[in-house]
Each structure stands twice: as C-alpha cells, then as structure tokens.
Design a protein around this ligand. Structure first.
Ligand code: NAD
Length: 250
C-alpha cells in the first residue's frame, strides 16, 4: 500500500488518543499524510503531533470541536491549501454520556447527538466538495455495535450511532458514481479511555458475551480503516463492517 498512498491525505477526527490515534498511526505509517483533530490544549496537540512525527509520520494537528462548523471549515481549507487535497476522511470523534433514559439529562442527550451526528455532518460537508472535485474519496464513519444492538444506559449513544449508519448508506448512494466510497465501522468493546471508565461490573458483563473473551485493540480497528481507505477497497460502499470479537454476528 505504500506506493499507492505516497501522496494521499487523511483527516482523522478525535485523534489525540484511543482509536483515532491508532488510525492516524496506521495510515501515517503507510505513507499517508495525516491531519488530526481534537479538542485538547495546544500543548497536548503539539505533543501528539511530535510523537507522530517522531515515528516518521507527516502529521499536522487542528484544535477544533467537530460541532463547530466554522472551525472545521477553517481546518479543512488549511489542509487543502497545505497539501492540495483530502482523500480520506475518518469521522471518529465521539463521546458517551451514559445513564438510564428516565434520568438522562437533556444536555447529555444533546451533547452525544451533537458530537456523533452533527460532527459527522459538519466534517463530511466540508470535505466532500474537495473529494468531488478530484472524483475520488474514502469516507469512513466510526459507528458502534450498540448502534445496531441497542444498549441499556446508552439511549443517546445508540441513537447517534444508528443515525451514523443511515447517514453512511444514504450518502454512499449519492456519491458512488463520483468515485467516493462511504462506509461505517461498528466496533464492539475496544480497550480505550472510553471503555476503561465503565464500572468493572459492566466491563465483565460485556466481556462474558464476547466469544473471544478479550477486548479489541485500537490498532485492530485502525487496520480495518486502513483497508477501507485503500484504493483496493474501491468496490465496497454503504457497508457496515463489524469488528467485535464475535459479540454480534449478522
Ligand atoms: N472504545 C470502544 O469500545 C468503542 C466502541 C465502539 C465505537 N467507538 C467509537 O470509536 C470512536 C473513538 O472512541 P475511543 O474509544 O477512541 O474514545 P476516546 O474517548 O478514547 O477518544 C475520543 C476522542 O475524541 C475526542 N473528541 C471528543 N469530542 C470531540 C469533539 N467535539 N471534537 C473533536 N474531538 C472530540 C476526545 O477528546 C478523544 O480524544 C468514537 O466515535 C466512539 O464512539 C468506541
């Protein structure tokens, strides 16, 4: 893949840690120039970008919430000015605000939908027109197994992640003839800060349902993103690819 990706450019949202950082690493290692986005401090962003550069990855960082359309527009314009194009967009930024529905605060409902749905809309809207000009693109949306299965305590998150699947399939139909593919990945339980904050009891309950009896690694999700982002995956679009250790088989 190194040859084909020499001049490609990727934008990965929410990439300062966890799955997003692993995606930036794996894409970057194959020669793709990576722009990462997150809502961390300038010092933290500098540190993450330096770590990537230390691994010989051509990287640049943008501090912007995916919910802030204006900031995302500025970042996208800057990337295009700097590197001439964006070939790959990974809508990875996501948050959880768990709680039973009856007790769910309006803010927690709104925040999760804002980041997961509006964020995906904002970034895709800004990047897509550049892909359309080039008649080439790979859009990969990070959904979740709970967007398909549902989950107690995650009505907000499951709703948002299910919406991402509808977004993926509909947009895939609209842009297929332009050489742009749009796919979703639905990870099961992956070992990141997002899942580490779950109570031990909940973690064990989930683990017992995973036939592989282990958590997934961020790198394993990143390898799947890398394949979907490659030119070789050009006939795959509108799909939801599950990566969950067998937790859900459909
Ligand atoms: N970890 C899992 O088990 C799991 C399972 C299924 C899906 N996912 C999804 O994978 C993606 C990555 O999850 P993770 O486990 O690495 O989570 P994480 O919490 O470790 O990382 C998420 C990153 O997104 C950033 N972020 C949050 N809000 C943002 C915003 N408004 N704008 C830009 N960046 C923002 C955070 O600062 C953080 O760096 C998310 O979309 C998550 O919903 C995770």
């Amino acid at each position: 893949m190194v040859g084909e990706s020499q001049s490609q450019v990727a934008l990965v949202t929410g990439a300062a840690r966890g799955i997003g950082l692993a995606i930036a690493r794996v894409l970057g290692r194959s020669g793709i120039r990576v722009a990462i986005n997150d809502i961390i401090s300038p010092e933290e962003m500098e540190r993450v970008v330096e770590v990537l550069r230390g691994e010989k990855i051509e990287a640049v960082g943008y501090i912007a919430s995916v919910v802030d359309r204006e900031k995302i527009r500025e970042a996208v314009e800057d990337i295009v000015e700097k590197w001439g194009q964006i070939d790959i967009l990974v809508n990875n930024a996501g948050v959880t605000r768990d709680g039973l529905f009856v007790r769910m605060k309006d803010d927690d409902w709104k925040m999760v939908l804002d980041v997961c749905i509006q964020g995906t809309y904002n970034c895709t809207k800004e990047v897509l027109r550049h892909m359309m000009k080039k008649r080439y693109g790979r859009i990969i949306n990070i959904s979740s197994v709970v967007g398909v299965m549902g989950n107690m305590g995650q009505v907000n998150y499951a709703t948002a992640k299910a919406a991402v699947l509808g977004f993926t399939k509909s947009l895939a139909r609209e842009v297929a003839h332009l050489g742009i593919t749009v796919n979703a990945i639905a990870p099961g339980f992956i070992d990141t800060e997002m899942t580490r904050k779950l109570p031990e009891q909940v973690r064990e309950l989930w683990l017992n349902q995973v036939p592989m009896k282990r958590w997934g690694e961020p790198e394993e999700v990143a390898q799947l993103v890398s394949f979907l982002a490659s030119k070789g995956a050009g006939y795959i679009t509108g799909q939801t690819i599950h990566i969950n250790g067998g937790l859900l088989m459909i």
